[in-house]
Ligand binder design. Structure first.
Ligand code: RUG
Length: 838
């Protein structure tokens, strides 16, 4: 049927090359075969979801072939491999990415058109794989894309949550969380029921002397849970390398329910073990930059670390190399402190199971691990209570105490006069109860520690890890500034801009070497290029305006300045500063004469992002944004001059629509609090400008694109401590404009003032920890500068184009090459043959 359809189809088919036609026919046949056989559906009642499933399965088949070859090639060559351990992988959708990486999206588009579908509709059938909270999980996803695209022999290891990050609904202006059961149909994973690992919890440790007089520790009894591997292929861009992301799922070790209990009528408790085991990988903890110390979270961490290490060690042992070769074959990167238990676990395997001496084992451990720190916020630094550890992982606690003892002895020998230092750097915090400081354990057990942007990497050396710089010297610390994959964040999200760039640079090579973008600068004055660039931005804004209308019912003017802040809601990210600024603008518009109004560029302020379910202040910020939107959007007197939108359920696939449509985006954290930020990079790469503080990667973005192309404001990180001190001990007056904003809120202009009183009092009464009042004036003035700049569309356009051309540094390919060279010491492994279909 497909063949006959082709004969009557579009003109394009006749102009296509025979090879293209052949690929198209083959691909179409594969899609149809999957719809008819795998899904057992008739083509006559094939809907969009079946079209998605058929297309996804056809592409999956292609990935699997390259995936198998890649794994065989790696097994044969046995190079040093990288293992990226991350509790979060925020992958988003896979089909579009697979089609682009394989290089067959255009053909597939034509194919599904022939079947009567639009590719956009087919793609949007897929649910996001949302196994992450925000920047940390998305970084891990970008890194996987770069590792494969650059042909590094690499594996990702994570957890296969049954429920990813919750779906956010806004009901009467409040956030409501809905569970995200995303696994209904997931063609991108392969259960490996033959790859299982038994993971032990609880129990006790027995010590005895063996026949040679050596002390031996045995971890006995307790509970066993089984880890089952689920593998996801990760295709590289225009290469046959397809790496593996292995996610672990938990199930009861017996695999069966308790028959005895079942037969005696205790139906509920007969499935108890099973349910308890499955709970481990059931849900992603929905906190970003916040740790809560829950037992189940520690269980998740150990379950995943132990299963991954077992797998890594098993693979190494196949090569029959000596243990001292382990760090020459294996590099393990810890994405934050979440996988820190891998350190005592490897030490345990080496000494308890493989019989190595402590020192030899410890030297292997230290050479193997690298640790990436992503935050200096105290509330985000993981600590686990010693009693909880003792109960859940008794052997690991002993090992941690031994690691600490060796470390403190070393510190004492080298710093005999600084007695206080021991308490400061000890892995064990002498609090009530005692706590295990995971960041210290991660640092001590790794050979390199890196921050994620220059300022952040400097800050960790002067704040949380200051003493450790003295102990180990500065060379243990490195910076690897974050990056993003241009494949998803330009080529996929903004295909027209990607095509325009390719037309000027003579092809798509820049997607593999983003520094080539600099060649765009010579087109900055090219009339046709400018026109096309501007038209693309407008089309992207139209698309977002349409989405806003569909999802909120509000009509926005696509010619207005789109001002966007989308990211997790957090006080340190300061969405409250933004909405206070919006209120100030609203009040100012209301007070303006008609002449003044005419001069003002219309604005649409767009917010999006999830609040952790237990983070009340963050939820209050969302409800203030919604309440302000209600009033402003219905104020006829203001009309198009200002609209305020809260976009529900911000996620990766929505970001792909939102990011290309911005004129200005907001990256306005209190200086020194945002480690890097990565959406700042995405927005600039897509031809938007940014307003930001001197924080995280904003600083390096400024260095690259030039300070004339960015709107910076606010206090610097070196002044933050003094300013906070002044709030607590001095008499601080709130600036007049901000007071006006607070008055409007308190007078009930946006509904019941009590709902928002905590936001006001956090500034006025509780020390303004995030320095909203200190930065407000400069924030408002900078927005006035933006208004002025936007009126001059030609200069604005020049800034946008110049900035895109200078963003080459921020590719995640550059990050991965830096990690490979300075931390992992791994080399790419050329694939055996290039991807035939690309
Ligand atoms: O908050 C940071 C971001 O600044 C950064 O860009 C991202 C990736 O490095 O990681 C975020 N982060 C930090 N997420 N969780 C943490 C602390 O656990």
């Amino acid at each position: 049927p497909v063949h006959s359809r082709r004969k009557t189809s579009s003109r394009q088919a006749f102009t296509a090359t025979p090879f293209r036609l052949l690929v198209l026919t083959i691909l179409q046949n594969e899609v149809v075969r999957h719809i008819e056989t795998t899904l057992a559906r008739s083509l006559f009642n094939c809907d969009e979801s079946a079209a998605y499933a058929g297309t996804a399965l056809a592409f999956r088949d292609r990935l699997v072939i390259d995936w198998n070859k890649t794994q065989q090639n790696q097994t044969f060559a046995d190079p040093k491999r990288v293992y990226y351990l991350s509790l979060e992988f925020l992958m988003g959708r896979a089909l579009d990415n697979a089609m682009l990486n394989v290089g067959l999206k255009d053909v597939a588009k034509e194919g599904v058109q022939d079947l009567g579908f639009r590719m956009e509709d087919v793609i949007s059938q897929e649910r996001d794989a949302a196994l992450g909270n925000g920047g940390l999980g998305r970084l891990a996803a970008c890194f996987l894309d770069s590792l494969a695209s650059l042909n590094y022999p690499a594996w990702g290891y994570g957890l296969r949550y049954r429920y990813g990050i919750f779906k956010q609904e806004i009901v009467d202006g409040y956030q409501v969380e809905i569970p995200d059961y995303w696994l209904d149909f997931n063609p991108w994973e392969f259960p490996r029921h033959d790859i299982t690992v038994d993971i032990q919890f609880y129990g006790n440790v027995r010590k005895y002397q063996d026949e040679n007089g050596k002390q031996v520790s045995v971890w006995e009894e307790g509970e066993i849970v089984q880890a089952v591997a689920y593998d996801c292929p990760i295709p590289g861009y225009q290469t046959a390398t397809t790496n593996n992301l292995r996610l672990w799922s938990s199930k009861a070790a017996s695999g069966e329910f308790d028959f005895q209990k079942f037969n005696s009528g205790e139906y509920e408790s007969s499935v108890g073990d099973q349910q308890r085991a499955e709970t481990i990988s059931a849900v992603l903890y929905p906190n970003d930059n916040l740790e809560r110390g829950k037992e189940l979270r520690l269980k998740q961490q150990y379950f995943w670390c132990a299963a991954s290490l077992y797998d890594i060690v098993r693979r190494f042992k196949k090569s029959k190399k000596a243990w001292r070769e382990f760090p020459n074959q294996v590099a393990i990167q810890l994405n934050d402190t979440h996988p820190t238990l891998a350190i005592p676990e490897l030490q345990r395997i080496l000494i308890d199971q493989e019989g190595l001496e402590w020192d030899e084992a410890w030297s292997i451990v230290q050479k193997t691990f690298g640790y990436t720190n992503h935050t200096v916020l105290p509330e985000a630094l993981e600590k686990w209570s010693v009693p909880l550890f003792q109960h859940l992982l008794p052997r690991h606690l002993q090992i941690i105490y031994d690691i600490n003892m060796h470390f403190l002895q070393y510190v004492e020998r080298n710093f005999p006069k600084d007695r206080d230092m021991l308490g400061r750097v000890s892995i064990i915090e002498e609090s009530q109860p005692k706590m295990v400081r995971m960041a210290y354990l991660a640092l001590i057990g790794s050979h390199k520690v890196n921050g994620v942007a220059e300022l952040h990497s400097d800050l960790i050396k002067t704040t949380i890890f200051k003493d450790f710089v003295k102990i180990y010297g500065p060379d243990k610390f490195a910076n690897v500034t974050n990056g993003i994959t241009p494949r998803r964040w330009l080529h996929q999200a903004n295909p027209r801009l990607s095509e325009l760039v390719a037309s000027k640079l003579g092809g798509y090579d820049y997607l593999k070497d983003l520094t080539l973008l600099h060649k765009l600068e010579k087109y900055v004055d090219d009339k046709d290029f400018r026109k096309e660039f501007q038209e693309i931005k407008y089309a992207n804004k139209l698309r977002l305006a349409k989405y806003i209308k569909e999802s909120t019912g509000v009509s926005v003017n696509p010619s207005a300045l789109f001002d966007i802040q989308v990211k997790r809601i957090h006080e340190y990210k300061r969405q409250q500063l933004n909405i206070f600024g919006v209120i100030q603008r609203y009040l100012a518009i209301k007070a303006m004469s008609p002449e003044e109004r005419k001069k003002l560029a219309p604005r649409v302020s767009i917010f999006g992002g999830k609040a952790a379910p237990g983070y009340w202040m963050a939820k209050t910020i969302i409800s203030l944004v919604c309440a302000v939107g209600e009033v402003v959007n219905n104020d006829k007197d203001v009309g198009d001059l200002l609209k305020v939108i809260f976009l529900e359920d911000y996620n990766v696939s929505k970001a792909e629509i939102i990011v290309p449509a911005s004129d200005i985006s907001e990256h306005i954290s209190t200086a020194g609090t945002e480690a890097s930020g990565t959406s700042n990079m995405k927005f600039v790469l897509n031809g938007g400008l940014i307003i930001g503080t001197c924080d995280g990667a904003n600083i390096e973005i400024t260095r690259e694109i030039g300070d004339e192309n960015i709107f910076l404001f606010g206090n610097l990180s070196e002044d933050v401590e003094d300013l906070r001190h002044a709030h607590v001990y001095g008499n601080y007056e709130v600036n007049g404009d901000l007071q006006g904003v607070f008055n409007a809120i308190q007078q009930g202009k946006f509904g019941d003032a009590n709902r928002f009183s905590a936001l006001v009092s956090s500034v006025v009464e509780h020390g303004d920890y995030y320095l909203v009042s200190d930065d407000f004036d400069s924030y408002i003035k900078t927005h006035a500068v933006i208004d002025e700049a936007y009126r001059d569309q030609e200069t604005w356009l020049t800034k946008c184009i110049t900035s895109v051309a200078r963003m080459g540094f921020f590719s995640s390919d550059r990050c991965i090459d830096e990690y490979a060279e300075t931390i992992w010491n791994v080399e790419p492994l050329k694939p055996k043959e290039t991807n035939g279909s690309a």
